[in-house]
Design a protein around this ligand. Sequence first.
Ligand SMILES: Nc1nc2c(ncn2[C@@H]2O[C@H](COP(=O)(O)OP(=O)(O)OP(=O)(O)O)[C@@H](O)[C@H]2O)c(=O)[nH]1
Ligand SMILES: [Mg+2]
Length: 361
Amino acid sequence: MFDKLKEKLNDFKKTIDDKVKSVTQAEKEQKPETAPETRAQEAPQAAAPAQAPARAKETAPAGAKQPSGIFDKAVALTRGELILSEKELEGPLWDLEMALLESDVALPVAESIIETVKKDMTGQRKKLLSSTGDMTEDALRHAISDILNVNTLDFDEFVRNREKPVTIIFIGVNGAGKTTTIAKLGQYLKDHNYSVAIAAGDTFRAGAIEQLERHAEKLGIKMIKHQQGADPAAVIYDAVAYAKSNKKDIVLADTAGRLHTNINLMDQLRKISRVVKPDLVIFVDEAIAGNDAVERAKLFNDAVPINGTILTKADADSKGGAAISIAHITGKPILFLGMGQEYKDIKKFETGWFVDRLFER
Ligand SMILES: Nc1nc2c(ncn2[C@@H]2O[C@H](COP(=O)(O)OP(=O)(O)OP(=O)(O)O)[C@@H](O)[C@H]2O)c(=O)[nH]1
Ligand SMILES: [Mg+2]
């Protein structure tokens, strides 16, 4: 999962690490022979970086040479601290931006990540950590987390605190995984001790009602349906009425897959939203669709404001860019990731968990 993006983030870490190593080496080689005591102090500093700056101050000989030449152009390493210059980071940051774009991270999102990383890594003095890679990883983690943490919504807390029944509508393009996700969430909510009803709101595609019905039977969940071709708003309305009178906690409403460019079908979604007044509208799309998913999320959100996104097929996604981008572009959080075809294959989205996946070795 996310292997390609992982590889590229690690490439960036390695580039910076190599750069610092080469400058450290160059500094060692260029040290004036007349200051052996300074050099003698430097070896233990590298081993115990936390103490390095204070000790460096105490031991720095008067008139000690400041970094010059390659040092001030490149990475200045001064007694346990290092300063990365913007100019020196330019190349690696450019490569990182390209790598993010190739990993389906949308352009404004890639730019925002680069800005944060640049701010984190340049200008200021940094204690030289045991590995420069750690510092680079911290900057990347910070930049990606910042983007993902915009407008969080804790699904469990929302469902717990909301007046019942909580009505949730799932929308998206054809084949994105809406129906499967409803079945997975039906199981998830049952496991959390909620009573659930399902609305067969895809009255358009042949076989859609039967497909959902099979899931409902397997899960032991009541499904409300009308005939194929019926008005989906009416089906979902009936399901909510059923949930009210039968004290069900949650209504999960399926809808037909539709293209965001189809004006009539997008109007139908607006009608459903008007009639049913859902508590949550969740956009479902495939993580593997990358930038296409990001673009669709934006257009669906423009038509019917969504509360969050579920990305399916993350188990087959080597890039990870859609997850990073959709939250930023729509301003709405990723709620779950679909990670396979079984009912249990759904994972509540947590920024820390996601970012850990990008850096796990
Ligand atoms: N590997 C994998 N496959 C998934 C996941 N979610 C859904 N699928 C598969 O994707 C295919 C389409 O899923 P559906 O749930 O029917 O998609 P839909 O959005 O309801 O499709 P329409 O009703 O035709 O618009 C099915 O074969 C699912 O098994 C997932 O997280 N991982
Ligand atoms: Mg479906």
